[in-house]
Design a protein around this ligand. Structure first.
Ligand SMILES: [Zn+2]
Length: 378
């Protein structure tokens, strides 16, 4: 019998896990430090200040919302427009395999909220070969979606000079996989694509540098030209309860979820993500992270989570219903994804590489930046 945290359901073989004398894991304790005594009053004031700042810029749009058509991003769009009275631009990255539910929800939401929306497609042939390359060489494909979502958010923020980007991901309730399990870091994606025959220009056109990767000159230029922007995760400021969100959206947006237990309804191939991970790490269930977050947040009980987890463990080796469609879509054979060699992102990048690279970037970026700030503001 696998030992698990006595409070959440993370198992003893979870990366970097430690238990205290009560059997509670370090992930639970970390969560407590961040969220247990969270001050919503203070967060609300902070949010007010951020929104007022964005409106004061008097740009065409107050904020940009990366919009997948899933539950969280739809709720972000709803709150921004209806509650906070912002003028948002919604942008959707078309990965060419969005679910019908997501497409229907997008059209419906845009109409009901009466907002501007851009549906951005990236050359489908290039995109498909990016996905294929990641699948064949690193056994995953989610990193390309993450990169694509970055792409649309960076492109359109810049195009309309939007002062604020608002995301719907939450460090309180969403799964937070450690680096050992999954990464979509641009260093890694770049490395895999370049190693497998893509040209520098082709990769650079798609993998845009994120805000934290900006160099000093870029930052200074952005400040001077007024093109800098802020990025926030809305669930870090307001309560984010699944059931409440579901109720509001059904009532206000005519929201339909065919299967309420199903997460990630915006991706047609969500089940394949889990299937492929089990080829790398047997018995690893992504949902155990999500359930653990919800237990900590008091949204489900540990008993219910364990029942759901055991159901998932039972079917971990079954082929998902979408598998044939998936293989056909990416023009792959079963042998391309069987992954007997246990290929993963770890063959291309280590935690140490990443830490060294990141700290170098931040060191180089932050020193002259601090000096510049001193010179201009004091
Ligand atoms: Zn725990």
């Amino acid at each position: 019998m696998m030992k698990r945290c006595t409070r959440c359901i993370l198992p003893e073989d979870f990366p970097n896990i430690r238990f205290n004398s009560d059997g509670i894991c370090n992930y639970c304790l970390e969560w407590d430090r961040r969220w247990k005594n969270f001050d919503y009053g203070q967060a609300k004031e902070e949010l007010k200040r951020i929104f007022a700042g964005a409106k004061d810029r008097k740009r065409r749009y107050d904020c940009l919302i990366p919009y997948s058509g899933g539950r969280d991003s739809t709720y972000v769009a709803y709150l921004c427009k209806k509650k906070y009275k912002l003028n948002p631009l919604l942008v959707t990255f078309n990965n060419c395999f969005m679910s019908e539910d997501a497409l229907r929800n997008i059209l419906n939401t845009v109409q009901i909220l009466n907002v501007d929306h851009i549906f951005c497609s990236y050359r489908p042939e290039d995109l498909r070969s990016f996905y294929r390359t990641m699948l064949i060489n690193a056994g995953e494909f989610c990193s390309i979606c993450t990169s694509g979502i970055n792409y649309v958010r960076i492109k359109y923020q810049k195009l309309f000079n939007i002062p604020l980007v608002i995301l719907g991901t939450s460090s309180r309730t969403d799964e937070q996989s450690p680096f050992e399990v999954i990464t979509s870091h641009p260093f890694y994606v770049r490395k895999v694509l370049l190693k497998n025959g893509f040209e520098n220009g082709q990769v650079a056109a798609f993998l845009l540098r994120r805000h934290f990767e900006w160099g000093v000159l870029e930052k200074i230029k952005a400040k001077l030209l007024g093109t800098d922007y802020q990025e926030i995760n809305l669930p870090d400021y307001v309560p984010w309860n699944n059931q409440d969100i579901q109720d509001v959206m059904e009532e206000e947006l005519g929201w339909k979820t065919p299967d309420k237990k199903k997460d990630h309804i915006d991706c047609r191939f969500a089940s394949i993500k889990y299937y492929l991970k089990n080829k790398q790490i047997p018995h690893f269930i992504f949902k155990q992270e999500k359930y653990s977050q919800l237990i900590r947040d008091g949204q489900i009980t540990r008993e219910d989570a364990l029942i759901e987890l055991n159901k998932l463990l039972k079917i971990e080796n079954e082929d998902p219903a979408e598998l044939k469609d998936f293989l056909r879509f990416f023009d792959l054979k079963m042998k391309d994804i069987e992954n007997r060699e246990k290929k993963s992102h770890l063959n291309f990048i280590s935690k140490e590489d990443l830490e060294i690279k990141e700290s170098l970037i931040s060191k180089i970026a932050s020193l002259p930046w601090r000096l510049y700030k001193k010179l201009t503001f004091y």
